[in-house]
Design a protein around this ligand. Sequence first.
Ligand code: SF4
Length: 463
Amino acid sequence: MDGTRKLHIKSYGCQMNVYDSQRMTDMMAREGFEETAAPETADLIVLNTCHIREKAAEKVYSELGRIRQLKQAAAREGRKLLVAVAGCVAQAEGKEIIRRAPVVDLVFGPQNYHRLPDLLAQAERGAKVVDTEFAVEDKFDHLAPASAAATRARGVSAFVTVQEGCDKFCTFCVVPYTRGAEVSRPVATIVAEVERLAGAGVREVTLIGQNVNAYHGEGPDGPSTLGRLLRRVAEIPGIARLRYTTSHPRDMEASLIAAHGDLPALMPQLHLPLQSGSDGILAQMHRRHSRAEYLDVIARLRKARPDIAFTSDFIVGFPGETEDDFRATLSIVDEVGYAGAFSFKYSPRPGTPAAERDDQVEEAVKVERLARLQAAIDRRQSIFNEQCVGRTFDVLFEKAGRRDGQLVGRSPYLQPVQAMARAALIGEVVAVTISEAGTNSLFGTLARPASSRHRAQLASLET
Ligand code: SF4
């Protein structure tokens, strides 16, 4: 390869896909590919797809329609543009993608992206390549780490995949089919990756997995839990903040809950999907816990870390959901007092048990319930944000803001915080007093410490 080729990756969906796309970019850098944000200049376009949202496959096909024109334009210029579809839609659709969209040269699933250089070589020889078998080898063993410069360019917060796949088989979800069974990376490889990130200036790490708290990777004394892994990662010099997502309420085991009380670096914010507040619907979703058990987990976490805040995911209009079931979901929004939540209308995923049911809820009912639920969530989120005004938070500054002299960072609760501060504070955790809560951001000023010496230091950092 001649070192001048360009790669454009478009990522859909969750952080797992963002992480996978970064690792593909790092791997292809070794093959002489440079990342470009401009698809019209690319020699290889990868769509890293997600199957969670409604009509996910149709959205990919319409994007491929646009890419077909780019491929034709490249051919007119005498260039060859190769097109790959990766991720969960690729896993679910397989060779159907190439049948429906002949513009595509390669299709590969989330467990196979480490094979991209080999698959690309086959496609360059003119083959149409489909690789959606679950790989027997561990893809993480075959991936190149990012260079320090690439890591720095991605900012002071980073994701690290620690676990993939899911064994839960919730009746609405395709993940166990597209990502396969749960697999956890060994503790030592995760620690090495976080040490590399810290060495390149990363201050905050979010450990990610489809069912992250089912983590059971090999540690020095046998299989580890996520709680033990977090304790180990918290020891790495330079890492100021830890988070993890996405968790299943059933897997919030004692050492993980205790970690929330013991580790100052573990941020007091947890995304804990509930999906429904109704015991009947939870059972039909095969969530394996009741409303009371979920509330018990929340109570235990609050006991360990009294300032913890929760966010969640909800589905409305699951097959058979009655108005009473839905009201149980509405009521738990206030009972928990969420700081925010994502809510969706149920939509059938082919191949999942709930999609086969003949008691689907009418679309108009789903729309109306979703509006009511979102209003309740928005109200709770506003209350939570308003309660932040007047408080002083540690904020990790991430980048320049839109206004001159302004920086944007994140509060412990993941809210964006904007404050006037010098660029030298990017990557630093700084106390900020919140003066105003907007719809999506908080605004504040660097906190005023008591002593005059500290005030003088602060004055030199503010713009
Ligand atoms: S636990 Fe999450 S990823 Fe696993 S099947 Fe249920 S919803 Fe899907």
